[in-house]
Design a protein around this ligand. Sequence first.
Ligand SMILES: Nc1ncnc2c1ncn2[C@@H]1O[C@H](COP(=O)(O)OP(=O)(O)O)[C@@H](O)[C@H]1O
Ligand SMILES: [Mg+2]
Length: 390
Amino acid sequence: MTPGGNREAKTLLPGSTIGVLGGGQLGRMMAQAGSAMGYRFVTLDPTPDSPCGQVADQIVAAYNDREAAKELAERSDVITYEFENVDAGVAAMLMEESYVPQGSELLYTTQHRLREKRAIEAAGVPVAPYREIGSEEELRAAAAELGLPCVLKTATGGYDGKGQWVLRSLDEVPEAYETLSKARTQLVLEQFIRFDKELSVIAARSPRGEIRTFPVAENIHIHNILHQSIVPARISGAVQLEAEKLAVRIAEGLGVIGLIAVEMFLTPDGKLYVNELAPRPHNSGHYTMEACRTSQFEQHVRAVCNLPLGDPSLLTPVVMVNVLGQHVQPLLERMAQPDEAAERLGTAPKVHLYGKKDAVHQRKMGHVNVLAPDIDSALQWIEETTIWKV
Ligand SMILES: Nc1ncnc2c1ncn2[C@@H]1O[C@H](COP(=O)(O)OP(=O)(O)O)[C@@H](O)[C@H]1O
Ligand SMILES: [Mg+2]
């Protein structure tokens, strides 16, 4: 079988059932957007009553359970996923048994930082200078070559800054190598980019080859977890156009179907480097839910079902702010009270909670899209609530 598998484009109209590997918040919001259009959803996730399972049918089983994946295939007209670490065997089996328009090749590429960087470069898009690392000696030599500081990363399995080590001195080489090589995956060393801003662009591509990009988001991370996405990003029109162009090049070059989220660094001299990709809806695209004519979730459903893509235009300035475990209680208390600050500032805070039971510290529980006449009013509302000071 070709790596792309059974990908002859099918058009799936509302009434069809969409199977989603993974039952987290991305699957939940996908199901909410698709249900509004008349699609049905079934998700596969090991946690009973998962965020997606609360709004769709759910098969409760491990992600690598072949029998359960087979059941998902039988019950679905089309299959998609909400995370990139889909087990390779399950992906291959689903390609065989079912219709998976996104294919397995994009997953294979984006599951691994080195493969991903090579694919981005092959599409003619710059990444930060990097070296493949196979030993402590190689790490020492590459660090000297790229210069300090630099960032050592595991090729697979990292998220929210996990699986990374910022090397500030060659003295740290043995400990950094020893710690990250425990993950038993390849390692990659990247030059540290002294960026002005982190940006992201989400692009959608359908089997017809139609491509649309969402407005550029300016992303602010705290402890390597996304805190805010600010849209429009506070960058020049030229950088905006360039960022969107790079995302289109990647969507085309990698033969994307569905969504691709492209994270980038913007340097003080106006250069863009792509940091990493996610072949799915992305946290930095949650702002689209109320602030764009089409949300990233609707767009994803349209793309995998081969419908014409929706208009991604921005309707209003917006700041998306993530709700972590420690923010839930103060947010709920805020919601029960008249919102004098919102009235005064002319903001409309739209709350999204994912239905997760345990509000664990630093766990993503929801987000708020603060629609506003301008970015400063949205930031002012966030400041005045004091919710995000904890
Ligand atoms: N080469 C780099 N130069 C500067 N900062 C970096 C570099 N790589 C990662 N970072 C910082 O660490 C964050 C997390 O790294 P990333 O590669 O996006 O991993 P993940 O999001 O999977 O944890 C980035 O958003 C950025 O703030
Ligand atoms: Mg990242």
